[in-house]
Design a protein around this ligand. Sequence first.
Ligand code: FES
Length: 607
Amino acid sequence: MSDISIKIMPTNHKIRVKKGSYLIDVLYEHGFIIPSSCGKRGICGKCLVEIEYTSESNEESVEEKSHLFVNSCQFIIEKDITVYLPQMQIDKQKEIYKYKKPYQIKVETNINPNIQVLKINVEREEIKKSKSYLDYFFNLVAKKNVSIEVLKKIACVKNDVNKSYNLICSNQQIIDIKSEDKFNGIFGIAIDLGTTSIAIELIDLMSGKNVGDISELNPQILYGDDVISRISYAIQSKENIKLMQKSVISGINNLIEQLIEKIGITQNDIYDVVVAGNTTMIHLLLGIDPDSLGEYPFTPTFISSLAIPAKEIGMHTHPEAQMYIYPAIGGFVGGDITAGLLAINAMKQENPFLFVDLGTNGEIVVSKQEHLFATSTAVGPAFEGVRIQCGMRASIGAIERITINSEDIDIKVIGNIEPVGICGSALIDLLAILLRLKIVNTSGRMLLESVNNPNIPEKIRKRVKTNNSDVIFEVFHGKNKKIFLSSRDVRQLQLSCSAIKCGIKLLAKEAAIELQTIKKVYIAGTFGFYLDKKNLKTIGIIPDEINEEKIDFVGNSSLAGAKYALINKNLRSSIEEISRKIKHIDLSTIPEFEEEFAMSTFFPESE
Ligand code: FES
């Protein structure tokens, strides 16, 4: 390690770094998550930071401090510098979603995990009747396979008989043997592997109960904030695929370590894993090149379910733990959707329903009798606060709710501190308010003339201003911080809304379903809980034909689905059935797509 040091301001962190390191990588390694939309290619400008360095003035050899804004993904550290980070990075976005309930779904199911435990008393007299110690155990549990590690443990039992042991079995195999004093129970890990975040639940497989949950940003965010950027980064080299695989696995392991430490168990107590995630994330988790997902016809390398040893990818579990990967439906309708459908009991629903996952990639499913139709639509990351000037993810300091009173707006900030940005739920609130007050018109234009509109409370209309020749609505004006929604931001949100609305309409048409006949609308996605049904209708995400009473927010249904597949292994056959039955529709092949999309860009008329 060379003697270069960098100082991070305003936290005053001092870091020793290797000369020649990229600034973005160094910052990330130390927990400062810098946004990146282009996979560190120097195109998006999202990773811009201010640096200070010492330069020498020629004439008198006097040292001077110079300041520069650089794309941290392109900046190679050659000498000591000071980096000034925006407040948002200081707050370590790794805190994302930690305060949130992951989901609100309860599936009535038996506890029937893939792992069984049999408590036995090893009796010397009984062993004498068997041909070997192993035969004695095989007969007890009616199993016929064993690993060398378990054989070694059985060899030790020889010297320690007349004692209680727990035999841990999976399918035809004894996978572990633990004496009573070393037995902590059997546990499984349910994982929702999202593009933006990873959510994990630790499940006690004997009781089926959740004993801990945790979530964090997907560390791959460093390589792009949506699947397309990750695919582009992967396409550049095999090394990049390895890097992204390593980063997501270390992110998962890090979460597992935090959970097991809290509960007081070890990784050897985790015997089963279920992962649900979108198709690209699953490819990258396994180190599979996702290149074919980057070009038409977007055919993935695989979509079927897989059961593979978790240790094969270096996951921190028991060495014999299996990892079940949810089957996907298509390149852009992944296993997270199959998991969500299991969680809402899709196969048992008699009435037509609509399922919408409000992620970066909006997945939509409609049902008609026993038939299911699915599609995906490019929503973009605007609802996650990305590509919005004052947007941020739902972490400490984010404005998460905006409501209106008789005179002005009220804001609610996560952590009750001075706000640093606006997250998705509040962006939807605000857009709905602006549409109702006609500050934004149906074509998405923010009207500067609203400042003179007597129908709008004075304090609110005074918030309509101009900023760099753009019309903005100011939400917060602090000492050092101004938070606003600009006309350009409205445009981003408008595109996201129309992508979903158009997707719902076209999918219903393809499935020959009248939207009025839909009895239930499930809105999935972690930030769903924090949305207002009326506002979803106002901004047009949910078409006019569907009443808001039909909307039900289910939260992270992918994580719920992963959990239930852990608790009851028989549900895995229902999962396979769901994935086989769904018809995948590619919206871009529908002739009316462009026309419908253009029509959907108009916001509904508000009363
Ligand atoms: S320009 Fe640096 S990440 Fe895009």
